[in-house]
Design a protein around this ligand. Structure first.
Ligand SMILES: NC(=O)c1ccc[n+]([C@@H]2O[C@H](COP(=O)([O-])OP(=O)(O)OC[C@H]3O[C@@H](n4cnc5c(N)ncnc54)[C@H](OP(=O)(O)O)[C@@H]3O)[C@@H](O)[C@H]2O)c1
Length: 333
């Protein structure tokens, strides 16, 4: 059946300026790392994207290697753009990335100019678009000079293949250097994409948020539910079909007794706020100054609905925040 986006899609959502740029992002964005590849049920992926777009989620985050198989999330998203979202490209912010292993040989990984530009060309083909809105370098490359990788990002914007560029997983020190190089080249760094959630507070501890705010750079916080651990789904074991139930998945190893206890206590605390744990985890990320959007994954449209409810209560009292710090054992922060 032909998809017609809801006319009311912009009525209940407030967009945030991404750093010192003109680009606004929704408070919650949808990530396509898992659940949108060729191994997944296409109709479910399609419905999840429609649910997001119908509720004002305009930002969809991809990478060259998302699937599985790698590249297939871009192909599926391209198919949906072409078949269902035709006419809506200008209402959508598409991001993609390069930086992880993508094809065999010495030119399919990390951060050389050769890899970055070839990878984006491949992504554009898979997505069936002329440009992406944001192109990221996915992780620092210890071997390629930073000037070369940033030079590739600068070229990519000048060639019209991306409107903005960003970096992901860069620690504070390399972020400062990368941002300086991009500034000198005349292509500002729009955004950083770090991992940030209740169980991973590195970006606070290392001063990354302070740096981003000083330099006017937006922040797309990823894995805000820690892959699903910060939801109520693992409170009574590992349910079938969940990410941790995938044989050999690293998420299962994170579910030790200490983490389970923290999750139970956080879940009780969320209930006192009238929220699910997922909703509180998202609201908690959004409380951080400098975070522009909470980038969430979803395996079903209902999860998108559930997560959007987080926006109804984003405020935390000092007492609530202290309680959370105590549960996490982060009292020194
Ligand atoms: N830049 C990077 O290096 C990087 C790295 C990782 C991720 N990312 C980006 O961040 C996005 C999100 O990452 P992520 O998938 O790890 O994130 P996440 O948002 O922490 O976890 C998403 C998972 O949580 C579960 N979930 C979501 N909402 C739920 C709800 N309301 N109730 C119960 N369970 C719920 C689902 O797990 P089930 O599948 O088990 O249902 C879903 O797949 C990625 O898609 C990608 O775009 C970027």
């Amino acid at each position: 059946m032909k998809y017609i986006p809801k006319l009311s899609r912009y009525e209940n959502i407030e967009y945030e300026q991404c750093g010192r740029s003109g680009l606004k992002l929704p408070p919650i964005s949808l990530g396509l790392w898992y659940n949108f590849g060729h191994v997944d049920v296409f109709e479910n992926a399609r419905e999840t994207i429609f649910t997001a777009f119908d509720n004002g989620i305009t930002h969809f985050d991809l990478a060259n290697n998302y699937g599985p198989p790698p590249g297939s999330a871009e192909e599926n998203f391209g198919r949906i753009l072409r078949d269902d979202l035709v006419g809506f490209r200008d209402e959508i912010v598409i991001s993609t990335k390069a930086g992880w292993d993508m094809w065999p040989g010495p030119y399919g990984d990390f951060g050389s100019r050769k890899y970055m530009i070839a990878s984006l060309d491949q992504s554009l083909t898979r997505l069936g678009v002329d440009y992406v809105d944001i192109f990221y370098h996915h992780r620092p490359d210890p071997q390629t000079p930073l000037e070369e990788t940033m030079g590739a990002l600068d070229y990519i914007v000048r060639s019209g293949k991306a409107l903005y560029v960003g970096i992901s997983n860069y620690p504070s020190q390399i972020t400062a250097e990368a941002v300086g190089i991009l500034e000198d080249l005349g292509t500002p760094c729009l955004v950083h994409q770090p991992k940030y959630n209740l169980l991973n507070r590195q970006s606070e501890k290392t001063g990354l948020f302070d740096l981003l705010q000083e330099r006017g750079i937006g922040c797309v916080a990823f894995s805000v539910l820690n892959g699903g651990l910060l939801t109520d789904k693992y409170l009574n074991g590992i349910p079938d079909g969940s990410r941790a139930s995938i044989p050999g998945h690293w998420l299962k190893k994170l579910l030790d007794e200490e983490t389970k206890t923290k999750i139970e206590k956080l879940n009780d605390h969320a209930a006192k706020r009238g929220q699910t744990l997922a909703q509180m985890a998202i609201a908690w990320v959004l409380r951080q100054d400098g975070v522009t959007t909470a980038l969430c994954g979803a395996s079903h449209p209902n999860q998108v609905h559930d997560n959007l409810v987080a926006l109804d209560n984003k405020n935390f009292s000092e007492k609530e925040l202290k309680k959370i710090d105590m549960i996490l054992g982060d009292t020194e922060l």
